[in-house]
Design a protein. Structure first.
Length: 633
């Protein structure tokens, strides 16, 4: 209990201290110390509990619940006020409905709730705690240097770093609370705290665009929040004991299917799957550490976490297949939309949405081997995507652009960052890195699943799109261009520390994933389903050999600047090409040589594909809602 309550309470306490600290040196010291404590505490929790299945913890219910209710009511009043102030009537309406349901529930049903085990820990929550405690903390450390540079470049934006770091650590506290809470009322409380935190962080700049995108994220997640509280009310009418997650999951499909689908809908909104993906794309207006936090260790991971938890209930049901199909369509179309983007943060956003869709597709089908795949995807995606977001933020501050076309020759201008980006991208789409292993395992698992051929086709086409957009970006980064100057010497040391550790984690986790699987994921799956999946020893040997060979390329780049290199002029089919990249064309006209990637907006433009995906996914969700209504009635 002490370990779990510490991980929840400590970042919240640090968040309060952040409101009182003005000096950069004192803030930096506190953030770094807190990151170290959270990282070590998460690792210690792993060593103490890795060999245990599910440990239920009795934590005082009444005092904590009363404090949570007061905070929820105050936050609801604040959001209602902002909704009126900014004339965001949809946000106002959704918050009014959600707050009304919550207050009605607390006054009518709370006395009937059994005071059971309110916290728990298992192998899956251990994995999530490591992601939050290590990756989330590293992003906070990176934000120290980033936000200083951010305000140097954006003097028109008011410096509100006190609020910024306060919100970051509240975010981490809420995520720890969410993954350790066994009481659904507590899960809902922390769920809503993450929604409010994302709203504050996305709107940090207080520009019109930032404010509108913050309200868009808030509205879509409040819609999921209404579904979540509806599930709680439904369960309380059946049996108040069912509000405990362990009891609910053990009750079987006949009892748990309705709340599982309602909460999964909330997970779909928070994970930004279609038709709700626009809020995550809009969130790119926020400072880059916010984007990294939302995509890797908080917010969207909360959405897929809760759906994966309910995967055993969704197994073999029509509703589960519909949720899986929403995930599959999201994976396919978001992968296609990433092809048409030259904005690096948008590519990362659509890639995130795509991979979250694949995780939900696995969880919706819900077989034991797909559960294994889903958790593995969560691990590898969190590490690689956080590294890539932080690298892009660093590049943007150094070269003044996040356009992929402006990143040509980055291996010369920012060699260390380029190598890190290369490793991060390799982790996302090259064999034998974890994302590819997970997708390969997903294809194998879908073969025996209902409608498996549809999902295999989706994986094949979506995976091909993934190779396309990652490889063309990677090629741009490692291209060698003339007259390039090194510009990475002024990167803050806090940034370097986070980037080095995350790069190392990508490589280490790829080597150690068989150990992660055997010690954490496989026992978790075995405990739930009674059987699990494993990789053959021969396959493991081959993958380790491939990984060693693959790492030769990025590591060899470390020696690029140490050796003199002769750069020959480019060959243009016999035409002379001077160093400034022009040549004599027809009729003596001088033409410039332009090198650019293919983006194919006519075929993969986001507007067209987003409308198609929105229509398809809304149709599927309406069908699921109709089926759910039939079950209730």
């Amino acid at each position: 209990m002490i370990d779990l309550s510490f991980l929840i309470a400590f970042p919240a306490l640090v968040a309060l201290l952040m409101l009182l600290i003005s000096g950069q040196k004192l803030r930096s010291a506190l953030v770094i110390a807190t990151a170290a404590v959270l990282g070590l505490a998460s690792i210690a929790l792993l060593f103490l509990n890795w060999d245990k299945n599910t440990v239920l913890v009795n934590f005082p219910f009444e005092p904590a619940t009363e404090v949570m209710l007061v905070i929820e009511v105050l936050l609801a009043i604040w959001i209602l006020y902002l909704g009126v102030k900014h004339r965001k009537w949809l946000t106002f309406f959704l918050m009014f409905v959600q707050a009304g349901l919550l207050v009605w529930f607390e006054t009518s049903y709370s006395i009937h709730i059994e005071r059971g085990f309110n916290l728990f820990i298992d192998q899956f929550s251990l994995i999530m705690a490591l992601i939050i405690g290590i990756i989330g903390s590293l992003i906070c450390v990176y934000a120290l240097g980033y936000m200083e540079t951010y305000h140097h470049h954006h003097k028109e934006i008011k410096d509100r770093r006190k609020l910024f770091f306060f919100t970051l650590f509240v975010f981490l506290s809420a995520m720890f609370g969410l993954v350790f809470s066994n009481n659904l009322l507590w899960v809902f409380f922390f769920w809503e705290i993450t929604t409010i935190c994302s709203f504050v962080l996305i709107g940090y700049a207080k520009t019109e665009e930032a404010t509108n995108n913050a309200f868009l994220a808030l509205s879509m997640n409040l819609l999921g929040g209404v579904a979540f509280i509806a599930a709680i009310v439904y369960l309380t009418n059946l049996d108040p004991n069912l509000l405990h997650l362990d009891t609910l999951l053990a009750s079987g499909q006949a009892v748990a299917l309705v709340p599982a689908v309602l909460i999964s809908f909330a997970g779909i909104t928070k994970a930004a799957l279609m038709p709700f993906s626009s809020w995550l794309v809009g969130a790119m207006v926020a400072p880059t550490p916010v984007s990294a936090l939302l995509h890797s260790s908080t917010m969207v991971k909360a959405g897929v976490y809760i759906i994966v938890k309910f995967a055993p209930i969704l197994t073999g049901t029509t509703e589960g297949l519909i949720i899986a199909m929403v995930g599959g369509i999201t994976f396919l179309l978001a992968s296609f939309m990433a092809i048409s983007q030259n904005n690096a943060k948008k590519v990362l956003a659509y890639s995130t949405i795509a991979n979250l869709g694949l995780i939900v597709a696995c969880a919706g089908v819900g077989t034991y081997n797909l559960m294994w795949v889903a958790i593995l995807l969560i691990v590898f995606h969190a590490i690689a995507k956080s590294l890539l977001f932080l690298c892009v933020g660093t590049v943007e501050h150094r070269i003044g652009s996040r356009n992929i076309e402006d990143m040509g020759g980055l291996i010369v201008r920012m060699p260390k960052i380029a190598i890190m980006m290369f490793i991060g991208m390799a982790g996302m789409f090259l064999a034998p890195f974890g994302m590819v292993i997970s997708k390969w395992a997903a294809i194998e698992a879908f073969i025996t699943a209902p409608f498996g051929l549809i999902f295999i086709a989706i994986l094949a086409f979506g995976g091909s799109a993934t190779v396309f957009f990652w490889s063309k970006w990677m090629g741009k980064i490692i291209s060698v261009m003339r007259d390039q100057k090194v510009v990475e010497g002024t990167v803050a040391k806090e940034k370097w520390a986070s980037l080095y550790i995350l790069t190392g984690l990508v490589v280490v986790v790829c080597f150690a994933f068989p150990l992660i699987s055997s010690l954490l994921i496989e026992p978790y799956v075995l405990n739930i389903y009674g059987h699990t999946t494993r990789l053959a020893q021969a396959n493991l040997t081959i993958m380790i050999m491939m990984l060693c060979l693959l790492m030769i390329t990025p590591l060899s780049m470390l020696f690029y600047r140490k050796k003199p290199a002769a750069i020959a002029p480019p060959y243009m089919a016999g035409r002379p090409t001077p160093t400034h990249m022009s040549f004599a064309g027809s009729l003596g006209v001088t033409r410039e040589v332009v090198l650019s990637n293919y983006y194919l907006p006519r075929f993969f433009g986001e507007e067209r594909l987003f409308m198609a995906g929105t229509a398809l996914c809304w149709g599927l969700l309406l069908i699921a809602g109709t089926l759910l209504a039939g079950v209730i009635l």
